[in-house]
Design a protein around this ligand. Structure first.
Ligand code: NAI
Length: 717
């Protein structure tokens, strides 16, 4: 038996070798140099001893079977590292190939999560057994980090599942699947309830399959669904790139395209050549900018946030027992649902029993849908609904240890409902407001305990949107912040923490994006072209469509308040070019989707077409524009406003800005978030500033970068 290596192996009396992945001193196994060297030695030892071996079981001593590629190394890879990556993937693939052609049955006993490189180890085995346990997931999520599975994952899934299934359902989706789903998809062959049962099943499979071979190493093997030379597949294949483009909405994400290319090209050659093709596409991604952006946001930033970087130290983890939700409208109804889903009792209060019941009906609808689609059981759904008590009486709030207010957006009303609720709540109840625009410090003036008052800003629809923006008012205590943080994690959302300001971070920054789109209309640019520019930048919803959803009167109201504040302070209001267009639409009775008309026409609440008046009355007919520049303008105004948020102390960490921008307001994922967009811009911060100066010269002061950014650019130069 070998010691102190990242891979150890031991042969039992039955001739079965148990290979254990166990990188010493590390919490998880990753595909680092230690692992690669140890696995090389292990595989060579197996080959040398194969006459005396009955079979092999690959297992892990860690909680996670295998964590995947070494992201620390990958996140700094440059074009100069390309040959090293080609070589490294070749080594790994040689190991895997030796394993699957050993001539003895090899079983992966994956008793913990196996993602990416972890699952690729499994794919190189003849049989994969998964553990049917809570929290265990299997999948190839590389695409979510801007990468592709470069350890043979593309080649083998395509040969197992066929091009269409592997590409469209596994590789491009990049989902993490629960064990039962992984079995259904076919990336796992069998499930076990316990690690012991898993080993028993592995031994039984070896006994029953002494001559195991991969399907593709058997005579007469054909790729399921055929290769591109098959007329049936050839007839549908041309639609794949179009489908991909539709899914990506034109966003500059190279990974899905490379996945498709590696898959298609790989089916037309022998497996060794297919591996080399896969390696080439992988290397292009790993040394490129988008994978760095996405790894920064979706791995490092998320890990920092969920690891509690913004949670004050020294406070015990807190769980509410009974939640009061004030206002059962669109937001209150969603908040009640996610709290009940977390297992907490919820009192949902509105002005009448009917209004409160209407709010609960939202949860009833979600539960019914969940049961119908097999996502939950009737029993669990009923239990969830039983936890929500709709009411119009404050007396029902007795004993609530947290209140989340979601009544209309009015300071007076919000002050009043907190005062009315106060006598009924637990004496130290956490006081949260879901306001999207009103300063938290101002709202806290209406309560007796401002230290316990905090902003808990949800996004619509609450059950789907992954972010909560926690806003610290001037008097908010650390204890209240720690509790708000725990509540957010308790409902399985990602918390970002910001300091108070009008519109905080998210509402303020998204406002600049929306205004930029509308300003383009004021310049006479055709609305369809504007929508296309936002889609091409990678925004999930086209800008004018989103403006309609959020209503045109909201920015009008915010602008009037800001204008009044500026003028009251003796300043001069610098009007934004979007203002005239918004005013004109509202005057024309087109306040947005909820009003039945906006930039689009609607019939029965459904969007039918862009309003022809944009062209005929506003004269927005110009198609002859630089689409890339339009996209950049949208991204730049958001990035510049974000820098202002840092300067004013609203934001304090890049992670909050990056994750908040992607999860909360749809900043394109390929950028890695609004700060990473600036860092990763060609030429870095200096390149961004130079381009912003060009845009400021053409379009005005909203593209003027703050001095703080200019000096960072100078430092970097
Ligand atoms: P909504 O108009 O759908 O619901 C407001 C609800 O408050 C209504 O059901 C109303 O009857 C109720 N209400 C009014 N006075 C009340 C009282 N005295 N006691 C109890 N309930 C009372 O509004 P929506 O969209 O749910 O917004 C609520 C809050 O959430 C606002 O502050 C808004 O700014 C904020 N918000 C809204 C977002 C959105 O996308 N709509 C996103 C994030 C925050």
């Amino acid at each position: 038996m070998t010691e102190q290596k990242a891979v150890r192996w031991e042969k039992g009396e039955d001739g079965i070798v148990v290979v254990t992945l166990d990188d010493p001193g590390r919490s998880a196994n990753t595909m680092n140099e230690r692992y690669v060297a140890a696995m090389d030695e292990c595989v060579d030892a197996l080959v040398a001893d194969k006459e005396n071996i009955t079979g092999v079981i690959v297992t892990s001593a860690k909680k996670t079977f295998f964590a995947g590629g070494d992201l620390d190394a990958m996140s700094t890879a440059t074009a100069a590292d390309a040959p090293a990556y080609m070589e490294q993937t070749a080594v790994v693939k040689r190991q895997f190939r030796k394993l699957e052609t050993l001539g003895r049955p090899v079983v992966a006993a994956m008793g913990g999560t196996a993602l990416g490189g972890g699952l690729e180890i499994g794919l190189a085995c003849h049989h994969r057994i998964g553990l049917d346990a809570k929290g265990v997931v299997y999948g190839l999520p590389e695409v979510t980090l801007g990468l592709l599975p470069g350890g043979g994952g593309v080649v083998r899934t395509v040969r197992m599942l066929g091009i269409a299934n592997a590409v469209m359902n596994v590789l491009v989706q990049g989902q993490r699947h629960k064990p039962a789903k992984a079995l259904e998809i076919g990336i796992i062959d069998e499930l076990a309830a316990t690690p012991e049962e898993m080993l028993d099943k592995a031994r039984a499979w070896i006994a029953a399959n002494p001559d195991a071979k991969q399907p593709w190493d058997q005579p007469g093997y054909k790729i399921p669904g055929g290769t591109p030379s098959n007329p049936k597949l050839a007839s549908v294949l041309p639609a794949f790139p179009a489908n991909l483009r539709k899914q990506l909405k034109g966003a500059p994400m190279p990974a899905p395209r490379n996945i498709l290319a590696a898959a298609v090209e790989g089916t037309q050659v022998d497996i060794e050549t297919a591996f080399r093709i896969e390696a080439r596409y992988f290397t292009e991604l790993v040394t490129g900018q988008v994978s760095k952006n996405m790894t920064k946001a979706f791995f490092y930033d998320l890990q920092a946030i969920n690891g509690g970087k913004s949670r004050p130290d020294g406070y015990e983890k807190w769980q509410p027992t009974k939640v009061a939700v004030l206002g059962a409208g669109m937001m209150g109804a969603g908040i009640a649902y996610v709290c009940a889903l977390a297992g907490w009792d919820v009192v949902l209060k509105d002005v009448s029993p009917e209004a409160a019941q209407k709010g609960k009906a939202y949860s009833e609808g979600l539960v019914a849908k969940g049961v119908e689609r097999g996502r939950t059981t009737q029993e669990k759904g009923d239990a969830l609904l039983a936890r929500i008590t709709p009411t119009d009486s404050y007396a029902d709030l007795a004993g609530c240890d947290i209140v989340i207010e979601a009544v209309f957006e009015s300071v007076e009303l919000k002050h009043r409902v907190f005062q009315e609720a106060a006598p009924h709540l637990a004496p130290d109840a956490l006081l949260c407001s879901n306001t999207s625009t009103l300063p938290i410090t101002e709202l806290a003036k209406g309560v007796d305990r401002p230290a316990d008052f905090i902003g808990l800003h949800f996004f619509s629809p609450v059950d789907k949107m992954p972010l909560v923006e926690i806003i610290r008012g001037e008097q908010t205590s650390d204890a209240a912040l720690a509790k708000a943080f725990d509540v957010t994690l308790g409902i399985k959302k990602t918390p970002i923490v910001v300091n108070d300001s009008r519109g905080f971070f998210t509402s303020r920054v998204i406002g600049t994006f929306l205004n930029e789109g509308v300003a383009m209309l004021a310049e006479g640019i055709d609305p369809q072209t504007i929508e296309q520019a936002s889609a091409q930048a990678g925004y999930p919803a086209p800008v004018l469509q989103l403006m309609d959803e959020l209503t045109l009167t909201l920015p009008q109201k915010i602008r009037n308040e800001s204008k009044a504040a500026v003028q009251a302070a003796g300043g001069t209001w610098d009007p934004h070019p979007a203002e005239q267009v918004l005013d004109r639409l509202v005057e024309a009775g087109r306040p947005g989707k909820s009003g039945g008309a906006g930039f689009y026409d609607y019939a029965d609440g459904r969007r039918t077409r862009l309003w022809p008046g944009l062209r005929t009355e506003l004269g927005a007919t110009n198609h002859d524009v630089d689409l890339h520049e339009l996209s950049e303008r949208m991204l730049f105004v958001e990035a510049i406003e974000t820098q202002k948020c840092f300067d004013e102390g609203v934001l304090t960490t890049d992670a909050d800005a990056n994750i908040g921008s992607i999860f909360g307001i749809g900043f394109p994922a390929w950028t890695g978030g609004v700060v990473q967009y600036v860092e990763g811009y060609p030429g870095g911060v200096a390149g961004f500033v130079a381009r912003a100066d060009e845009l400021a010269g053409k379009y005005g002061s909203r593209f003027t970068v703050p001095e703080s950014l200019r000096s960072r650019a100078a430092e970097a130069a």
